[in-house]
Design a protein around this ligand. Structure first.
Ligand code: SAH
Length: 340
């Protein structure tokens, strides 16, 4: 059975039309869900009792459960329990421009990137739309504040849960939904080429981030198995098509891993790779985990890498670090819970 928070406004309209009822009930219901934030369907006062009873029969109104919150000054980490007792996590970050939340899209992940904690557990299942939407709703409820930015960079590969992702984006962007501006939403992918191409036809101006992490296939193949399916040349071609169609800009994420992808040569090769692309590079100091295969680059090398890119005319930033102390990096809270 679908959950009420699974549905876009359009789908809700179709539901009422199928019932030979009035389409405008959809907007009424949507307003109760997202503006009034009702706790129970009893609070819906504008829909007649018998119709409300039918809605209750046709849809679930269940919620995911917030089971743990770890808080630091500018960052909070939330662990949620799903109805099948699986756990997912989301991270809230306080920026000067507002509150941004990083949400999960799957339970586990099949991409198998060697440096990533999330991938240590294979994908169990995709998240339903409501499980993504409610991560935001519950964090807003807990903080009593509005979230201004959303990044889909938590556990999971969002483009491996494509249909639900698009519905989620549609709901949180809708003015009567969570009204989060498309330019304030970012989806991050490890590079599923066919989905990047499909996403170029999605009408909302959502930001796209690509987890690149290497300037060539030799290194990328070693740390990101997806690279064997979609080598860099194919990935770059898809990104060029995406940019041409959408007139947007992409972000390349690049984790700096000591002695793996952080040499001066790598920086130069990276500059060459993205030179003719309307992009900027976000350098990410690796957040060290129990995984002993990878270490964080030295601060000196991070700065050298940054300087080389700058000197070659590349837009580059170094990601501000959040949450090292509270294991807020990618899958770490869930891993920790399972170690307990
Ligand atoms: N599957 C998507 C989104 C989830 S990963 C993707 O690959 O983009 C979100 C980002 O966090 C990715 O760029 C990922 O490579 C990065 N990441 C994973 N583990 C990390 C760690 N220990 N330190 C820093 N960044 C990490």
């Amino acid at each position: 059975m679908k959950n009420l928070y699974d549905l876009t406004l359009e789908e809700l309209e179709q539901y009422f039309e199928r019932k030979n009822s009035k389409k405008f009930h959809a907007l009424q219901l949507f307003t109760f869900l997202y503006e009034k934030r009702i706790k129970s369907l009893q609070e819906v006062t504008t829909i007649k009792k018998d119709l409300l009873e039918e809605i209750k029969k046709d849809f679930s109104f269940s919620k995911i459960k917030l089971v743990m919150a770890e808080k630091d000054k500018d960052v909070s980490k939330y662990l949620f329990e799903l109805s099948d007792k699986e756990h997912i996590e989301a991270v809230l970050m306080r920026h000067n421009y507002g509150l941004s939340v990083c949400i999960s899209s799957q339970v586990g992940c099949n991409m198998g990137c060697l440096f990533c904690e999330s991938g240590r557990r294979k994908k169990v299942r995709n998240l339903e739309v409501y499980e993504m939407v409610q991560q935001i709703l519950l964090i807003e409820e807990e903080t009593g504040e509005r979230i201004s930015n959303v990044v889909v960079m938590g556990i999971g590969e969002p483009f491996d849960n494509y249909d639900n992702l698009l519905k989620f984006l549609t709901i949180i962007n809708h003015p009567k939904g969570l009204a989060i501006g498309a330019r304030h939403i970012t989806v991050s992918t490890c590079g599923l080429v066919p989905k990047i191409l499909e996403f170029s036809d999605f009408p909302l101006q959502i930001n796209l981030a690509i987890s690149l992490h290497s300037p060539n296939d030799a290194i990328r193949n070693k740390i990101m198995p997806i690279s064997k399916v979609y080598p860099l040349e194919k990935l770059m071609d898809a990104i060029r098509i995406y940019l041409k169609k959408t007139n947007r800009r992409v972000t390349f994420e690049y984790i700096l891993l000591k002695d793996i992808n952080d040499s001066d040569e790598c920086a130069l090769e990276l500059a060459k790779l993205v030179k003719d692309i309307n992009a900027y590079i976000n350098l990410i100091p690796y957040n060290e985990t129990n995984n002993l295969l990878f270490m964080r680059s030295s601060t000196v090398q991070i700065m050298r890498f940054y300087d080389i890119l700058k000197k070659n005319g590349i837009n580059v930033t170094i990601r501000r670090e959040f949450g090292g102390k509270i294991s807020a990096a990618c899958g770490q809270l869930r891993s920790k819970k399972e170690e307990l």
